[in-house]
Design a protein around this ligand. Structure first.
Ligand code: PLP
Length: 455
């Protein structure tokens, strides 16, 4: 049961790394902290919670609030190896004690991590730029395409989210309904509709139609004299709730873009790095090799670390055309984080766990859907799952208010969850990759209870 799972967490003394901090027992006064929160301007998910939690520590897939309550963290794909991993803590402390500085010289840690990262990708992608975040990685990837072609035009898929810097935000048209964003969007950004078979004009359409539509747009732009320099897409829509691209989509669009000399960019920031059971499940299962891949989030397990991996030729073109320097991107400490995360993922077989526990959790959520009509579908794979809540399975009317209320109730039961998607009606389940079966059971039990007793 959920209560038993919590008791096990609290009883287990191993989670907290000794010597770093003591277990949380009223370690902060939540009320006084909340009263001072105006100084913080961040997209804190407060609107889902009547009484927002203040977290003071974490362990594996658990968070502890200022009152010592333990929660299940279902939405943290940043902390891939789990909160407060002792091996990561020790490696970071060691590197800080040796050296951390800017990226102006060669350091062993940086060379080693760059090699290890490139080795995960297809052979042609052998050159690594290290940066601090996914947004930076996307920004750079798009500019690599512009430098490669000498042209500005970029193509993206609607409803995707690629970041919050100017260029990465401009290709994130899930905010297309925001008039301010539309007004400042550069004219060289073009989009194609989301290949979402569940909603909108394309509901029920055959998969192939989506690719045809995108390919036609690539040709149309070229005929108008604005051929695409770069096409960016996620193979599985992260913020879209885990909806996968139809088979063959990327192969068809990549071919069309490359026919005009443009580059194919795979954004693996959110769903890459093993969470779906393979390192880069997205483009691998589509059977394509991109020209540029962006990685972040899971790669640093919570530390600011992002990367662009590309071919030597694309990187060299940028070198001759632009100035590049990221003060802290690719620092020795960031690189040690990257290497240690890779070691932990390998030694603890966290990809295998994501595959197996993810399949188990998806099966259990699908069982829930049989009993609770509010769950219209369970999207995603591995440990990136998205139960979508709809008021009516025929019309697919999004259950947006219900989803927010469900998150609030889940929180009362000790589960931290968050909605996603353009209609905010999909639960974003992307826990640390060490998520256990017991945690999967606890999550399903809590959701079952909320759906049974009301929200
Ligand atoms: N790309 C994708 C697919 C993302 O989901 C995100 C963040 O959610 C980003 C890029 C931006 O990454 P960051 O938040 O590290 O800047």
């Amino acid at each position: 049961s959920l209560a038993a799972a919590w008791r096990a967490v609290v009883a287990d003394p191993t989670p907290f790394v000794t010597g770093i901090a003591e277990p949380a027992e009223k370690s902060a006064d939540a009320a006084s902290l909340l009263s001072r929160r105006d100084a913080v301007f961040a997209d804190v998910q407060e609107h889902y919670f009547a009484d927002p939690p203040v977290f003071v520590r974490g362990w594996r897939e658990h968070l502890v609030d200022a009152d010592g309550r333990v929660y299940l963290d279902t939405l943290n794909n940043v902390t891939s190896v789990g909160h407060a991993h002792p091996r990561l803590v020790a490696a970071v402390a060691r590197q800080w004690s040796l050296l951390n500085t800017n990226s102006r010289f060669h350091y062993p840690a940086v060379v080693e991590f760059s090699e290890r990262l490139a080795a995960l990708l297809p052979e042609s992608l052998d050159t690594v730029f290290l940066v601090n975040s996914g947004s930076e990685a996307v920004d750079l990837a798009l500019r690599l395409a512009q430098a490669w072609t000498g042209r500005p035009d970029l193509l993206a898929v609607q409803e995707a989210y690629h970041g919050w810097t100017y260029l990465s935000d401009a290709v994130s048209t899930s905010v297309a309904d925001n008039p301010a964003a539309l007004e400042t969007r550069p004219p060289f950004i073009h989009t194609v509709p989301a290949p979402n078979p569940f909603r909108g004009a394309h509901r029920g359409n055959k998969a192939r139609r989506y690719a045809d539509e995108a390919v036609a747009e690539v040709h149309r732009l070229a005929e108008e004299g604005t051929p695409v320099a770069g096409f960016i897409a996620e193979a599985l829509f992260g913020n879209g709730g885990g909806i996968a691209l139809p088979d063959g989509y990327l192969a068809a669009v990549y071919d069309a873009v490359r026919a005009y000399g443009g580059l194919a960019i795979a954004d693996e920031v959110q769903v890459g790095y093993g969470r779906l059971g393979e390192w880069f499940w997205g483009f691998e299962q589509q059977g394509v090799v991109p020209d540029v891949v962006t990685v972040a989030k899971s790669m640093g397990s919570g530390h600011p670390l992002g990367a662009v991996v590309t071919t030597r030729a694309v990187a060299e073109r940028y070198r001759t055309g632009g100035y590049f320097f990221s003060s802290a991107g690719g620092s020795p400490v960031s690189s040690v984080v990257g290497t240690t995360v890779l070691d932990i993922l390998r030694d603890e077989d966290l990809q295998g766990n994501a595959r197996d526990t993810g399949a188990y959790l998806k099966m259990r959520l699908q069982e829930l859907a049989e009993r609770h009509p509010l769950i219209g579908a369970v999207h995603g794979f591995g440990l990136y799952l998205g139960p979508e809540f709809v008021r009516d399975r025929e019309t697919w009317e999004p259950a947006t208010a219900e989803t927010a209320a469900i998150c609030d109730r889940l929180r009362d039961l000790g589960v931290v969850a968050q909605p996603t998607g353009d209609h905010q009606n999909i639960l974003k389940i992307k826990p640390p990759m060490c998520f256990s079966r017991d945690s999967a059971d606890a999550l399903v039990a809590a959701l079952d209870r909320v759906l049974t007793t009301g929200w």
